[in-house]
Design a protein around this ligand. Structure first.
Ligand code: AMP
Length: 552
């Protein structure tokens, strides 16, 4: 049996050194000495989440319950907690500080106790029994142990060791090929299973499985059409960029499921798509976007969003905002995984599917032009896509394979007309005048490695109903109340549009957006996928040639 304290000291050692090789060595040494069940649990915890991503279970323990239990364990008050949060902006570090020297009770925690407690929290129905399990767990935890437990329970996105680092260490611990580890992880969606497979040399076994969603391939933004020619040579596969929600569709036998980019099952939200999907013979996995289209034009996402939050979609909403599935890629067909095939070949297989009714292929062109001709052509296509109500263009490399969860240069997105960033809300403020009663002004941040850095503040451009809902949400997730301003748990992703980015001392990022407007909420986007400081720098450099160069 291995103590949880050993896991904690390994995690500390890894975080304590900036040197990759030392990190690998510490992890490899530790992982190599564990039993099989411990290896699974330890690897999952290093990834920073209670369950593997393909697992549909959630802890469902809110911040309020977590802070109650923490206050009880540490015997501290709400003010101590708020002050500590102010210093650390991280609940795990708050837990460690509050508990500090207050000794744990009961037998020391074993690694497997932690995994079992998470299973029990997820299985418990209702807040009270969940809280009970957490209370027992934290009672036995030292301050250092509580730091990691609380980070994991609060869903802190900044705790996990980078996936790449963990994969490297697993490859090293068991003497396996790095690529093979990465591939098995991508296909199983479980770093614990991957570690076990590495140990037993069965990394090659997993294939793309139905009803286990895998990461979706992501696109890199381009700010200028001329940049596209520098990324890869012709030909270019050019598609409309549809403004809806991403969906991965799995079908096998009679079963059809749709998954969101956060791997949630969202099948019930789009009942009208299921019959037509079921009617297509054989099995498949598709990559697609769901939106509402009427009279050949996309209905703006802000309107379509009205039906997204509902579990049961009324007839009325369905006819006002009918869902269309725009299919743009295929990852599996009749038992054959297609990820390694070039886009061109995947498209041949995709476009042989008999799609009907609300299922349609993405509008697609193949451009052979280069240089100025390419820019002029893309410019016309961009305007045409906008005229169809779409967001812009996606430009893809026909030679590229499908890379799950990766943002590379093989898929480029052009949203030129509207400069916008996906950011996370870090603080909110009461409004003025008519908006006195609601939290309508949001301060927001981009990501820089593990840190969040503010880049601006915007008055809400959301509807009154959305603002009222967000007010309730922010009241429930307030971390520190300063009267006018409240710091909130950084988990709400929004899209902001702006005119300019300026150098500014007001924020630690060194930048401020000029005239930011909140375009919409992005509940579908995890904080890990918001825009980065690097992108901000890139845009700033683009707008102002005297600004410093982009780092990568
Ligand atoms: P963004 O959400 O701005 O990062 O842009 C990437 C998103 O565009 C993807 O996650 C998809 O949801 C969406 N998208 C719309 N049309 C396409 C398309 N033709 N190909 C790939 N992704 C698309």
């Amino acid at each position: 049996m291995t103590s949880f304290a050993d896991w904690v000291s390994t995690a500390d050692a890894v975080r304590g050194t900036p040197k990759k090789l030392e990190k690998h060595a510490a992890l490899a040494r530790y992982l190599g000495g564990l039993s099989d069940p411990e290896l699974i649990a330890a690897a999952r915890l290093f990834a920073g989440a209670p369950f593997p991503r393909r697992d549909e279970r959630v802890l469902a323990l809110g911040w309020a319950a977590l802070s109650d239990v923490l206050l009880e364990r540490s015997r501290k008050g709400g003010n101590d907690m708020a002050a500590s949060y102010q210093r650390h902006a991280d609940l795990g570090d708050v837990a460690a500080e509050l508990i500090d020297a207050s000794a744990p009770s009961g037998p020391p925690l074993q690694l497997e106790d932690v995994a079992k407690a998470f299973d029990a929290i997820a299985a418990a129905r209702g807040v009270a029994p969940k809280r009970e399990v957490l209370r027992d767990l934290l009672a036995r935890a030292t301050a250092d142990e509580a730091r990691y437990l609380v980070k994991i329970v609060s869903g802190e996105t900044r705790i996990g060791l980078r996936e790449g680092l963990l994969e490297d260490a697993i490859a090293r611990a068991f003497g396996r090929d790095r690529e093979a580890v990465g591939r098995a992880h991508m296909l199983t969606g479980d770093i614990g299973e991957t570690a076990l497979r590495a140990r037993h040399d069965t990394l090659a076994e997993p294939t793309l499985a139905h009803f286990l969603p895998i990461g979706m391939m992501l696109a890199t933004p381009v700010l200028d059409l001329a940049e596209i020619g520098e990324r890869f040579p012709p030909p270019y596969v050019v598609e409309d960029k549809y403004d809806g929600v991403r969906a991965q569709v799995h079908k096998a036998g009679d079963r059809v499921e749709l998954y969101s980019r956060t791997f949630d099952r969202v099948t019930d939200r789009f009942p009208e798509l299921l019959e037509p999907l079921r009617a297509i013979e054989g099995s498949f996995v598709l990559d697609a976007e769901v939106l509402a289209i009427k009279d050949d034009r996309a209905i703006p996402f802000t309107r379509f969003q009205r039906r997204l939050g509902r579990k049961n979609v009324s007839e009325e909403l369905r006819s006002a905002l009918p869902a269309t599935l725009i299919v743009f890629d295929v990852l599996e067909r009749d038992g054959r995984a297609l990820l390694e095939l070039p886009l061109d070949e995947r498209q041949t297989i995709l476009r042989a599917l008999p799609l009907t009714g609300p299922l349609v292929f993405a509008r697609q062109l193949r451009l052979a032009e280069s240089g100025e001709e390419l820019v002029a052509r893309l410019d016309r296509e961009f305007e045409a896509a906008r005229a169809r109500g779409n967001e812009g263009l996606m430009v893809k490399d026909p030679r590229s394979r499908y890379r799950p969860g990766r943002r590379g240069m093989e898929w480029l997105k052009v949203k030129r007309a509207l400069r916008s960033l996906d950011v996370v809300v870090t603080a909110v403020e009461w409004g003025h005048g008519k908006r006195r009663e609601v939290l309508s002004d949001y301060t927001f941040a981009v990501r820089d490695g593990e840190r969040l850095l503010n880049v601006g503040k915007a008055y809400s451009g959301l509807t009154d109903k959305e603002i009222a809902e967000m007010t309730r949400h922010f009241l429930a997730t307030t971390v520190r109340d300063y009267g006018r301003v409240r710091l909130v748990v950084p988990e709400t992703v929004i899209e902001v549009a702006f005119d300019q980015i300026q150098r500014s001392d007001r924020h630690e990022s060194g930048y401020a957006l000029r005239f930011p407007r909140i375009v919409r909420l992005r509940p579908d986007k995890p904080v890990a996928e918001i825009d980065t400081l690097d992108t901000v720098r890139g845009i700033a450099a683009d707008l102002d040639p005297t600004a410093p160069e982009r780092e990568s």
